[in-house]
Design a protein. Structure first.
Length: 312
């Protein structure tokens, strides 16, 4: 399916050096922010108090957030679980207050805002759980990266495998750099968004790589850069349809999903746009610079030995 067709091949690789220098600058800046500023980790990583409260009627989450915010909390999470009357509240650790003190003050604020509130459970999530989550998250990221490299190496060629992994890591570091620079809350949902971007970005790279392989078969006397340019140009319509429809869905989550989905959708939005950029300019350029050629992707046809027929 094509939304439009570009008749003239766009010379993307002509600007590959300049654009990859810009990518390197963004990458270095992102790493710098990650190292110097770090992340604004949510209580899922740092530990805190978890409360479960129940309402007689459907809970007004905005009213709950306002009540908690009036007590001076800024880093907290409020969401439904089970039914629309049950609410889970996650609170960060406060100096001089334990879980019992925090839960009591929150419950009083909720009762003042609305009647019919009942405390069901209070639990303290220690920092040890947070460290375990960080370790598991990094291990998941490592497994995904290794899996992507193995997949691309088997399906295409090791040069494309290296190019694809570099492009995907580029997207991940850029997303993390945004969160470090703006100190947006980094939660498990954001980590899930980062892992989703890895899979989403590699799909775009695979589409372009597959078209490059097809063009090598069809365009036998064309230079490598021209083959790559035509492959990217031919997939532009598919890129607009796929990423445009995905971005519409993500924007819906960003606008209407509330605080629970806000940073998850934000991570996906950054990943979608940088995923397009990296697949077109980073992955394709690195594959070209590594010396990918027709013989790497198209196996030569073996000619039968005529002497064998004579011997028979």
């Amino acid at each position: 399916m094509e939304f439009f067709r570009i008749q003239k091949t766009i010379p993307f690789m002509r600007y590959s050096v300049v654009l990859n220098i810009i990518s390197a600058m963004f990458f270095i800046a992102a790493v710098t922010f990650i190292v110097l500023r770090g992340f604004n980790l949510s209580i899922e990583f740092t530990g805190g108090t978890v409360m479960e409260v129940s309402y007689e009627q459907t809970a007004n989450l905005e009213e709950v957030r306002d009540a908690i915010g009036s007590l001076g909390y800024s880093d907290y999470q409020v969401q439904n679980f089970g039914t629309s009357r049950d609410v889970m509240i996650r609170l960060p650790v406060r100096e001089g207050e334990d879980s019992a003190t925090q839960s009591e003050s929150i419950l009083q604020a909720l009762k003042q805002a609305s009647s019919g509130v009942e405390l069901r459970r209070v639990e303290f999530v220690g920092p040890q759980v947070g460290q375990e989550l960080v370790h598991n998250g990094l291990m998941a990221l490592l497994v995904v990266v290794i899996g992507i490299m193995v997949y691309l190496a088997f399906r295409f060629e090791w040069k494309f495998a290296i190019a694809g992994v570099v492009a995907n890591l580029h997207d991940v570091i850029i997303i993390l750099g945004f969160f470090a620079f703006f100190q947006w809350e980094f939660s498990l949902s954001v980590l899930a968004g980062v892992l989703a971007v890895l899979g989403y970005s590699v799909n775009e790279s695979v589409v372009i790589m597959d078209r490059i392989r097809e063009n090598f078969r069809k365009q036998r006397r064309t230079s490598v850069s021209e083959v790559i340019n035509s492959a990217i140009t031919q997939t532009m319509s598919r890129t607009v349809i796929t990423h445009g429809s995905t971005q519409i869905m993500v924007l819906a989550m960003l606008i209407f999903g509330g605080p629970t989905l806000h940073y998850f959708a934000l991570a996906l939005t950054i990943g979608i746009w940088f995923g397009i950029y990296s697949s077109v300019f980073v992955a394709s350029s690195i594959a070209m610079w590594l010396g990918v050629k027709r013989e790497d992707l198209v196996k030569p046809v073996k000619k039968e030995d005529p002497s064998a027929e004579i011997m028979e």
